[in-house]
Design a protein around this ligand. Structure first.
Ligand SMILES: [Zn+2]
Length: 293
């Protein structure tokens, strides 16, 4: 950036729990900030519009589906054609780029070859080997390093979590705090999920209502694996200092071992199928009903 020699394409690898999306957005701000001095200012019009997701020249492309077809590349082409409203550089950010089909990747390659130098494409992925060698050869590959503990604590305290609690949660989550960031941003929904799972008298109506309500699906996706893996640790004698999921974890840890094991198997299957066309409610019920019965 400093020497003004940006590539037209970057592959950012190892993005899960490493704030890949935030890094890509910070990149877009840095190349477009109106008063860049060492770092983006965060206050100028470009920075603010990018932060709020309303900048027409900085677009994020993602899909719920397991595969991206060629249509995503057509959208990128069309959007890029009407470019540079007020940006210095247009930035296209593709989330989970490894989900692109070979056909879509070939179309993207063509787009990269044809694109103007004021357009930068960022491919975020956790498996850069699934990206075609031809795209690799036109891109800079950046491996994102794991976030340091102090940076994670900083992010959590910025999201209004007390520092001492943030340190405990970092240690007990092995540094993977995506679920906690989700919880801090969605406290009401999160609390309802935790308290429903924690109910001693197994209120199945309550839990089925949550499984059937799409507002809760994302939260269940984040919280259930944490609750269940912590419950298994607790069952194996691990003493936890964390209070955030405590009520739910204690309840689940009181279930018998075999049941807990089966729930975890169902949960793993659900995680694999999550981005397919299968109804989330159906997937969740398979995990949640055994918790309650
Ligand atoms: Zn700025």
């Amino acid at each position: 950036m400093k020497s003004d020699r940006l590539s037209k394409s970057y592959i950012m690898s190892g993005v899960k729990s490493r704030m890949g999306r935030e890094v890509a957005i910070a990149f877009a701000k840095s190349v477009n900030c109106e008063t860049m001095e060492g770092d983006f200012c965060g206050n100028c019009k470009n920075c603010r519009m990018i932060a709020s997701g309303t900048h027409l020249d900085v677009q994020i492309y993602e899909s719920e589906k397991t595969k991206f077809g060629i249509s995503i590349v057509r959208t990128i082409q069309q959007d890029s054609a009407q470019t540079n409203y007020r940006a210095k550089k247009r930035v296209n950010i593709i989330i989970d780029a490894h989900k692109m089909t070979v056909q879509a990747q070939n179309a993207l390659l063509k787009t990269l070859e044809d694109s103007v130098s004021s357009c930068v494409t960022i491919l975020l992925t956790d498996s850069d080997s699934a990206i075609l060698p031809t795209i690799h050869s036109r891109s800079n590959l950046l491996h994102l390093p794991p976030l340091t503990k102090s940076r994670v604590i900083e992010i959590l305290t910025e999201n209004n979590l007390e520092k001492s609690i943030a340190e405990i949660e970092f240690d007990e989550s092995g540094g993977n705090i995506d679920w906690l960031i989700w919880l801090l941003k969605n406290r009401d929904i999160g609390e309802r999920i935790i308290s429903s799972i924690a109910q001693k008298n197994n209120n199945i109506v309550d839990i089925l209502e949550i499984a059937g309500d799409t507002d809760y699906h994302e939260g269940l996706k984040y919280l259930l694996p944490q609750i269940i893996s912590r419950a298994m640790l607790k069952k194996n004698g691990f003493v936890s200092s964390s209070n955030i999921l405590k009520t739910a974890v204690s309840h689940i840890a009181s279930l018998d071992t075999e049941k807990l094991f089966n729930i975890r198997i169902e949960l793993t299957k659900a995680e694999k199928l999550w981005n397919t066309g299968i109804k989330k409610t159906t997937l969740l019920q398979k995990t949640l009903i055994p918790l309650m019965t």
